[in-house]
Design a protein around this ligand. Structure first.
Ligand SMILES: [Zn+2]
Length: 196
């Protein structure tokens, strides 16, 4: 942790080197996309996309999951999504799953999570089991299916439904491979994940 503290302590020196860029951030944000991905520390959206500060609005959850929309049960995730679309006017939403995802693996393997009941209940609700087999090739496929399920849930959000229907808002399903850094994107035809 100390290294992180030391870096944060001196970060303003880096900001000072890019004074013009950083001072503009005080005027507001106009991010290019909402990027929904896993909380996993190995997935760094700005590194993958090359986004500068202010360019990516992020939502990170265990297993890059979004809850189903329920008007009477507000959630931090739904609020973040609605803010991105309604307030910031975002036109692109990326749901990015990743290889070696512990959250999706736990759901597939049925890992006992009695000591972490919030994780257990979140995954039970948000991650549908993909395939019964274990192993990384199967896990990758399960994560990709899981990404598509999140896109389906997003399409039912009132703020997204109309805009996605008339092409004002685009939804993207991505899969990030940790060891190679390769990014795949879902293509409706032939309904598979292919290199970007
Ligand atoms: Zn993950």
């Amino acid at each position: 942790m100390q290294a992180l503290i030391d870096h944060a302590r001196s970060f303003h020196h880096h900001a000072a080197e890019r004074r013009e860029e950083f001072s503009r951030l005080a005027d507001g944000q106009r991010p290019q996309a909402l990027f929904i991905t896993c909380s996993d520390s190995r997935v760094i959206p700005s590194m993958i996309t090359g986004a500068r500060p202010g360019e990516l609005f992020e939502l990170r959850t265990a297993g890059q999951s979004v809850p189903p929309y329920r008007a009477l049960r507000p959630s931090g995730e739904a609020a973040t999504i609605e803010y991105a679309v309604q307030v910031l006017g975002i036109r692109d939403i990326v749901v990015c799953g990743h290889s070696h995802c512990g959250a999706v693996r736990a759901r597939i393997d049925g890992t006992p999570l009695g000591h972490a009941p919030a994780v257990r209940d979140w995954l039970r609700r948000a991650v549908q089991p993909g395939l019964p087999d274990r192993g990384d090739p199967h896990l990758a496929e399960a994560v990709q299916r899981h990404v598509l399920t999140q896109l389906d849930k997003l399409r039912r959000y009132p703020c997204i439904r109309a805009r996605a229907g008339n092409g004002e808002l685009r939804l993207h399903g991505w899969f990030y491979d940790l060891p190679t850094g390769r990014v795949l994107a879902h293509q409706p035809r032939p309904d598979s994940f292919l290199p970007l």
